[in-house]
Design a protein around this ligand. Structure first.
Ligand SMILES: NC(=O)c1ccc[n+]([C@@H]2O[C@H](COP(=O)([O-])OP(=O)(O)OC[C@H]3O[C@@H](n4cnc5c(N)ncnc54)[C@H](O)[C@@H]3O)[C@@H](O)[C@H]2O)c1
Length: 448
């Protein structure tokens, strides 16, 4: 126990140990004491860009304290310790206890089984999400798991099953923070209330700067290089459509309250740095949703200057539009514009013009550093998640997360194969990225 934990005494903390013995979780409101001992003990698994960003948001916006860290690599752990010790010092509580720092391929199991934690935030590369999530909920911990909920059909089905198993017993959140961004929440509410009429068609795009180059870890082994640069790796990331366009797809599913029934698509790799990694830098997908609603998705990830992510919803009464950095609004019979839409990062209403805002490329982007429309997304999501734990009204985003992951995989399968693929065919394929076949072996990281 850390000094701080000793000071707080033996806290109830969401019945972590009890939960390990078969999900017998004590209702937190029954056992939680004074405000002083209401801190949720958060373990961060994956101390990279996004993980650090989200855990910092938890530390700054909620009662959660980052009390444990896990990572495959020592340097990442040390960076994380310094960062979260500084936060702890600024808030006058203890930093990370070195005993609660877990390194190596089994860090996720050690964290999952620690009786010193109430929740775990999984921010590891996408390929590992199902396995890490399974261990965490099996040990009875609440979990915030980054998107995507699986890079292959088998992984996504596994997460769906995990979600069923823990429903009502634990909070399980998937990292779609845009569903908590106030401008998007208002826009979708208005769309659902009929502000543009029935959605006929959606045009979505994800235009991003190329992945930061050169790859991280030039003297690393081939496996370490792959892991440290997983965004370049189709299997570890699911490719850019499953890793990143998934946000656009998730917003379309949210607006349409459905998932696509089929997809056609194409894509490829046109990179100047084509000598490293195997991800595609562009995808063009046409999805068909129920009632013959069409969604066209264009993803391009290249160059250094433009970064913009948007959806345009067309209906008989108007058009709704949303950008991460820029306009979120409705034009037509029931006009509305989010008041932040005319901020300095947009040069003209109606057109997100964010040249230079995201200059710096992949490093800043992958850190999840967004502006304007997403400004409060993490804070809102994190507050709601912690409230769900404290109140015992648990969240379960597994099914929605899986639906969006499979929707992205549907587009990927259509593009990779160059033919129409249906939802049913995708599910029946049980597509599996087998670590043995894909050469993913972490045993070299066992000892330091
Ligand atoms: N919701 C969003 O907007 C958003 C934005 C960016 C990234 N993400 C997601 O966050 C996750 C992390 O992305 P990132 O940009 O932080 O990547 P990153 O490479 O910066 O961080 C990943 C961390 O995980 C560690 N790691 C790798 N394999 C591990 C393993 N098997 N066990 C333990 N630790 C391991 C790495 O050493 C690194 O510290 C990804 O799933 C990504 O899709 C989400």
């Amino acid at each position: 126990m850390t000094n701080e934990q000793k000071k707080l005494g033996r806290r109830d903390f969401i019945g972590t140990a009890a939960a390990a013995a078969g999900f017998m979780i004590i209702k937190p409101q029954l056992v939680r004491g004074t405000a002083a001992n209401s801190a949720i003990r958060l373990g961060l698994l994956g101390c990279g860009h996004r993980g650090t960003g989200v855990a910092t948001s938890f530390a700054n916006n909620t009662t959660a304290r980052v009390t444990a860290l896990g990572d495959l690599f020592q340097d990442q752990l040390e960076k994380g310790k310094k960062h979260f010790d500084d936060i702890a010092a600024s808030k006058a509580y203890s930093g990370i206890d070195p005993k609660l720092m877990f390194r190596g391929p089994h860090a996720y199991e050690q964290m999952a089984n620690s009786s010193e934690l109430d929740m775990i935030q999984i921010s590891t590369p996408d390929f590992f999400h199902p396995e890490h999530l399974d261990a965490v909920v099996t040990a009875g911990k609440h979990v915030y798991c980054e998107k995507p909920a699986g890079v292959d059909v088998t992984g996504s089905k596994r997460i769906l099953e995990i979600g069923r198993k823990v429903d009502g017993r634990l909070s399980l959140e998937i990292g779609f923070q845009i569903r908590s961004a106030p401008p998007y929440v208002e826009l979708i509410k208005r769309i659902h209330s009929g502000a543009i009429g029935r959605i006929d068609c959606i045009a979505g795009y994800y235009h991003a700067t190329r992945n930061a180059y050169p790859p991280r870890g030039p003297n690393a082994s081939p496996m370490e290089l792959r892991i440290r640069n997983f965004y370049w790796d189709r299997v570890l990331s699911g490719d850019i459509i499953v890793d990143q366009s998934i946000h656009v797809i998730d917003i379309c599913n949210w607006a349409l309250k459905a998932h696509p029934l089929k997809a056609v698509g194409s894509g490829g790799r046109n990179l100047p740095d084509a000598d490293w990694g195997n991800y595609w830098d562009h995808f063009d997908i046409v999805y068909t949703y129920p009632d013959n609603v069409h969604v066209s998705l264009n993803h391009f990830q290249g160059g250094d200057s433009l970064w913009d992510v948007s959806e345009r919803f067309f209906g008989p009464k108007g058009v709704a539009e949303a950008h991460y950095s820029g306009v979120v609004g409705i034009y037509g019979d029931e006009p509305w514009e989010w008041e932040g839409s005319t901020s300095q990062v947009t040069s003209q209403p109606g057109h997100a013009n964010i040249y230079a805002v995201h200059r710096g490329g992949g490093a800043e982007r992958t850190a999840g550093v967004f502006h304007d429309a997403l400004q409060f997304a993490d804070a809102e999501k994190d507050k709601a998640f912690i409230a769900s734990i404290v109140s015992g009204k648990y969240h379960n985003q597994a099914a929605k997360g899986v639906e969006s992951a499979l929707s992205a995989q549907l587009g990927r399968m259509a593009a990779y194969t160059g033919r129409e693929v249906t939802w049913d065919e995708l599910l029946a394929s049980n597509q599996t990225y087998d670590p043995r076949v894909e050469g993913i072996d972490l045993s070299e990281f066992e000892s330091s």
